[in-house]
Design a binder for this molecule. Structure first.
Ligand code: SF4
Ligand SMILES: [Zn+2]
Length: 287
């Protein structure tokens, strides 16, 4: 097998991310972008690309790490996040579930079928709140092509059609304090992200989260990888099918403020507050 030329491979990755940023107008000149930096390969590549593009596209960059409180896992990711942010000269802001919600994910994992449920709700909440407090205009995440297809198929399998409006490389601004998310790796397969990290000897945290095996996402990921192995190109074909099939005007949901915490929410009480109340009622962790 022919060895990969790191220079060509890197250029290819950069061009794909750049074309998504340009074609979908992910970033406007003068904006401030907050990038979620967990220390995993996807977030490190996103941070690397954005730090490289910041002069060309004329924007400011800051990174945010969220410590969910997962023993034996997250602290290694945070170490990698600190090293990469320092190497790229990007300010890193660190926040945690413990400081914000008074709990660690480990404390509440037994209360849920999958720990990813509370983890996702609290992390999205905290990333948005932190990005907003940093006056960011956009919140960049490390979602790659595989993540996007998995999310699409998971929503499809659950008949959760409202979630279809969340797909695509950029979300619209629907509330002054709901920072629109952008996904610069939208067209980059997960495999290529891993190759990039190995080829360039980047210090990333490769370990899998100890809770990930229970999630529907993990099962979908295995299934898609098997399909892709048998029929290369399947993943890209699914993304193309989604793009061509679901060209609808995105309805603008009514977004107000949570009556408990004041953060943007389409519900009277936001998901994070509802979950915290539920946890308090079921457990003595927060009492
Ligand atoms: S795999 Fe699930 S529990 Fe682990 S960090 Fe991701 S969302 Fe959280
Ligand atoms: Zn709330």
């Amino acid at each position: 097998m022919k060895a990969l030329d790191p220079e060509n491979f890197n250029r290819h990755i950069e061009e794909r991310a750049k074309s998504v940023i340009k074609d979908y107008k992910l970033i406007e000149p003068g904006e401030k972008v907050a990038v979620g930096l967990s220390g995993g390969k996807d977030s490190v590549l996103t941070c690397y690309l954005l730090s490289k593009f910041r002069e060309d596209f004329d924007f400011d960059l800051v990174a945010v790490s969220v410590d969910e409180g997962i023993s034996g896992y997250r602290s290694n990711g945070i170490t990698a996040a600190r090293k990469n942010a320092a190497a790229l000269d990007v300010e890193l802001v660190e926040v945690s579930f413990k400081d914000e919600f008074g709990l660690r994910l480990d404390d509440i994992s037994s209360l849920y079928r999958s720990s990813c449920i509370p983890c996702g709700v609290f992390r999205r909440y905290l990333l948005n709140k932190t990005a907003c407090s940093l006056s960011a205009d956009k919140l960049a995440t490390g979602h790659n092509l595989d993540d996007e297809i998995q999310s699409f198929l998971m929503s499809f399998a659950r008949a959760d059609f409202r979630r279809f409006t969340k797909f695509g490389p950029k979300l619209d601004k629907i509330h002054p304090r709901l920072i629109p998310r952008i996904k610069p790796l939208w067209k980059i397969p997960e495999r290529d992200v891993g190759i990039w990290a190995v080829l360039n000897n980047v210090d990333v945290h490769f370990a899998e989260c100890p809770y990930s095996y229970k999630s529907l996402r993990a099962k979908m990921k295995d299934h898609l990888n098997r399909l892709e192995g048998k029929r290369p190109g399947t993943k890209l074909a699914i993304l193309e099918s989604f793009n061509k099939t679901f060209k609808f005007d995105k309805p603008t949901p009514e977004i107000g403020e949570c009556e408990r915490c004041g953060e943007p929410s389409s519900l009277r009480v936001c998901k994070a507050c509802e979950m915290l109340e539920d946890i308090k009622a079921r457990d003595d962790i927060l009492k």
